[in-house]
Design a protein around this ligand. Sequence first.
Ligand code: BGC
Ligand code: NOJ
Length: 829
Amino acid sequence: MKFGYFDDLRKEYVINTPRTPYPWINYLGNQGFFSLISNTAGGYSFYMDARLRRITRYRYNNVPLDMGGRYFYINDNGTVWNPGWSPVKTELDEYECRHGMGYTIIKGKKNGLKAEVTFFVPQNYDGEVQQVVLTNESTEAKSFSIFSIAEWCLWDAQDDCTNFQRNFSTGRVEIEGSTIYHVTEYRDRRNHYAFYTVNDEIDGYDTDRDAFLGSIYNGWDNPETVKADKPSNSFADGWSPVASHYKKVTLAPGESKTLIYILGYAENPQDKKFASEKPEGLLTRETWVLNKEKAYAMIDKYNTPEKVAAGLDELKTTWNKLLSIFKVDTPDDKVNRMVNIWNQYQCMVTFNLSRSASYFESGIGRGMGFRDSNQDILGFVHQIPERARERLIDIASTQLSDGGCYHQYQPLTKKGNADIGGDFSDDPLWMILSVAAYIKETGDWGILDANVPFDDDPDGKHTMLEHLDVSFYHIVNNLGPHGLPLAMRADWNDCINLSCFSDTPGESFQTYTNPKFKAEGGYSKVAESAFVAALFTYTGPAYVGILEHLGKADEAAKAQAEIDKMKKNTMESAFDGDWFIRAYDANGEKMGSKECEEGKIFIEPQGFAVMSEIGKDVGADIKTLNSIDKYLNCEFGLVLNNPAYTKYYIQYGEISTYPGGYKENAGIFTHNNAWIICAEAYAGRGDKAFEYYSKIAPAFTEETSDIHKTEPYVYGQMIGGKDAKNFGQGKNSWLTGTAAWNMVAISQYILGVKPEFDGLRVDPSIPAAWDGFTATRQFRGDTYEITIKNPDHVNKGVKSLTVDGAAVDGCIVPVAGDGKTHKVEVVLG
Ligand code: BGC
Ligand code: NOJ
């Protein structure tokens, strides 16, 4: 069942019922100010950091779900309704939500009155603009009222939802004309404030939540002031400050009125925090006055429909430009829609937010992930390479000089999170991959010389290249008894904790130091990860390529020898006959092996091992891929492991705590499905690659949205596996490495357009049924118009490649570097 449809021309997903199986959200903003907005206008806003600079309040885990956001209430002669249906949930005569690239339009109609609200965060602007167009579509004149509401968060979202003994007494506001200012803690230790305004005179307001609701026993669905059509003009003093505007409107038949609301954020320098005078009409109970210059300028920027239209146009133009860097036209509309619009859009969102704020990530638990953000760059780097560069330097600066990494950092402070710490065995490798991806995209070798400190040597002069060196050797220097990388606290799979296992409630599987391993430095020196081994052999060649380019032949050879040795060790100790084992646990026993009673095969090491060609000479690659098909493939994707664990295996940590079929215990992790898609394409099996791709790509799951539950336009991190009661049900949508990796899988491996150090590789691995496809790729200043022809209906194999009519050997298009458009023609066969 579907709950909407794709409008590809407008690059929107159109939801035509408010009753989606889960709130289907969108993100507004892409630099400083961000908002989450659901199809019923739930959600919240923050500046830069969803934990430390939360602007509006949101209650996760609420019942009913998704209560709280920015709402407009209309009281039309006693009928109270919201344009987005929620929170009052009066049945609407018409409803529609259009989620687009950085904007959302929600339309509701009731009794002949239509309200169309456009929400967006303009480019380079720290505020959410909400344009409300009210139209009387009836034949009679209409008088009604409109209330707005936003509930302020007291800045630190963690503190805001825990520290009530203090917070119920700190809230402060100022009111000037139609603008309500949130100035909690401003005088004392903050230099930032927020405001909510409307571009018209108002007929009343509220700034105290309980006064707005009329009773502490009322919810957002039942505000007394709205029902009574009477604001209480409350002035918040502690408790829960809000901002609500009240406006009476009369419209002749056919007449429209536009109101523009802005929810803004601004910072003042220390010496300009206060205004010298108190303007007339300002409502405050303070002896000081906020300096509002910045807010005035922001309000002035979008206070007319023309200015709003221009801001929205600018946003659309920006997105059209971003999405023209890589565009394809394949025989499959769903592929086109994913590649040209939604997958790239999701890559921007994951790049911006890492795993911090979604409807599954509360914005207070995690900052930016080292592993996560590095992977996000793989799918984003072609869009705005300069931002990727900046991010790489930020991330690398949280690394330690021995190559170890803080697992997460806060975007506001850019400092590693000490409470999570480090020792995740895979972290350093992702940085080699992302820096290489950046260089391959841009040809900017200069990044290697960029001055990038280490967290434990903040003033030292170090280069990015040194970071890559220590990343590579952090693996080499931490091997276990079989010469495989130590598993440490966890690798990519946060729930395989071969050192941090415990049987005491509340001890974190990722950070707990088992007394058993305390003397050894916190983790077992026996437990090894075959996944990290395979990731090392997949990633290592990029490092070698970099050294070779720099003319460091000896260092390159030395690194290559380590890769070769790792391949040998993996084949000797981690190949199980038909696939690669997952790990050796702290007792030296195999995990993910035929010998195990449950969890005999795991997905994670396989794809990277195949792409590293470990044991290819003895057919290990095809055997492995066939085993995946046999044991992990099911209707909705590839499960992570099989059979699911039904018992608790303490030595593995978190993984077997989950019921079978969920999360890392045999759930379908769409993130690592992509690695298998890449591997199948790499091995030349384009049909299989495409089969796996189409099982999980959101546009393909749209038809089963009732089962899938989460948004059909973006990937979720996981889907219930074949052992789950809720087989096929998605969870954790939006913020997942799945976005970047599936972008890589479809664009670089299936469609085969892949930046390399020395040019653009064009080497597709597609369904044999396809006649071909075309693609446009802007690359290092040139534009390549690529035509792929598949007359013999093969999966893979470049028979000929021409650039502007001239034949090229192999499948790498050399960089023209003349800023012109070039025609690339590839014939498969
Ligand atoms: C979760 C993982 C998550 C990790 C780190 C674990 O408890 O299961 O999915 O990545 O915590 O935050
Ligand atoms: C979620 C984390 O964000 C990601 O880094 C990790 O790899 C997966 N969990 C798998 O456990």
